[in-house]
Design a protein around this ligand. Structure first.
Ligand code: SF4
Ligand code: SF4
Length: 320
């Protein structure tokens, strides 16, 4: 496994990061002990980097996986929608308590959209930097589906506040980029990286759209000198082995190639959806609409993040 440092920070990680949402209840619906085993297996194979969020409500799962693994070298990145100081204090304390860690490696603002939204989260950001100064957080960052948010991070740096890390959506098809093309995203991300900001990309497989061309999709991201690491959702030991093999040799084993060519993921909306529209408001991709009293998804726009399922009062949405 290749290891790297995120930008100018002191955080060293495996280039392959295991996203923890994919094994969490809103997506895989694996029993918690099984989900923890999958994460622990990745850690034991040298994947020393995992990504979570306050919104995912899966800190206990990661804690369980760390207890199974037993090592202490796993870097955890989390993120929060907090925008006030009080909310940020609560978010940091929740992470420290539930992950059983005094120090959180990476703490980010979740789903930033622009310089304006970053400014709107100023209080929370200031608190995260205070925690960094006290040694409670090692790196401060932001995640985003918008090119304008990366531009906003660059503008913040120009004004003297340089984030340590960004976590942008990044894939060769441009799937899920909310306000531009992959060329726009590449330009912004490379300029951010030039400022010493570490980059770990998400949705490199386009939320499933690029499974059939996974080699090309990974190559696209791995070949960029400004992409330090890549977060990938993985649901089984076989998938972990296949991705590790790819990161190490740039080749998938034959069995993995066959599995990937058949692999599909989709958003399933149950017939008992009542068309309340809560999921439509939650989807930043504009992939959902209510048609004739029932939610409907445009799979060309959906990146299978699963965020909509969290807000459905009837639990009518699942990522399968
Ligand atoms: S939130 Fe649930 S019930 Fe409401 S429209 Fe969406 S799927 Fe249907
Ligand atoms: S429809 Fe749901 S899973 Fe798809 S992008 Fe929107 S919020 Fe994410």
């Amino acid at each position: 496994m290749e290891y790297t440092t995120l930008g100018a920070s002191d955080v060293s990680v495996s280039r392959l990061c295991i996203g923890s949402l994919t094994v969490s209840p809103v997506q895989a619906n694996l029993p918690p002990e099984r989900a923890a085993e999958v994460l622990a297996y990745a850690f034991s194979r040298g994947v020393s980097f995992t990504d979570t969020a306050q919104y995912y409500e899966n800190y206990p799962l990661i804690r369980r996986a760390l207890a199974l693994y037993k090592g202490d070298d796993v870097v955890i990145s989390t993120k929060t929608y907090a925008y006030t100081r009080e909310m940020a204090i609560e978010a940091v304390e929740e992470a420290r308590r539930e992950l059983n860690r005094d120090v959180i490696d990476i703490f980010m603002l979740h789903e930033q959209e622009s310089y304006e939204t970053l400014r709107g989260h100023r209080e929370a950001l200031e608190y995260l930097f205070e925690c960094k100064a006290k040694g409670i957080i090692r790196a401060v960052g932001a995640s985003m589906h918008h090119v304008s948010a990366v531009e906003g991070v660059i503008e913040l740096a120009r004004r003297g506040v340089t984030l340590d890390v960004i976590h942008p959506i990044f894939n060769r098809g441009g799937y899920g980029i909310a306000d531009g093309t992959i060329d726009d995203m590449q330009s912004a991300v490379s300029r951010a990286h030039d400022l010493g900001i570490g980059v770990f990309a998400m949705k490199v497989l386009g939320g499933g759209h690029l499974f059939r061309e996974a080699s090309e999709a990974f190559d696209f991201a791995l070949s960029k000198p400004y992409i330090d690491a890549i977060a990938v959702g993985m649901q089984s030991e076989a998938e972990i082995d296949a991705n590790i093999a790819y990161f190490e040799t740039r080749l998938f084993p034959d069995a993995a190639k066959a599995a990937l060519s058949e692999k599909t993921r989709r958003l399933h909306i149950e017939d008992y959806c009542e068309g309340c529209g809560a999921c439509v408001s939650r989807c930043a991709q504009g992939a959902l609409s209510v048609i004739d009293g029932h939610a409907s998804v445009d799979m060309e726009k959906c990146v299978l993040c699963g965020y909509c399922s969290r807000v459905c009062p009837l639990f009518a949405i699942k990522v399968l």
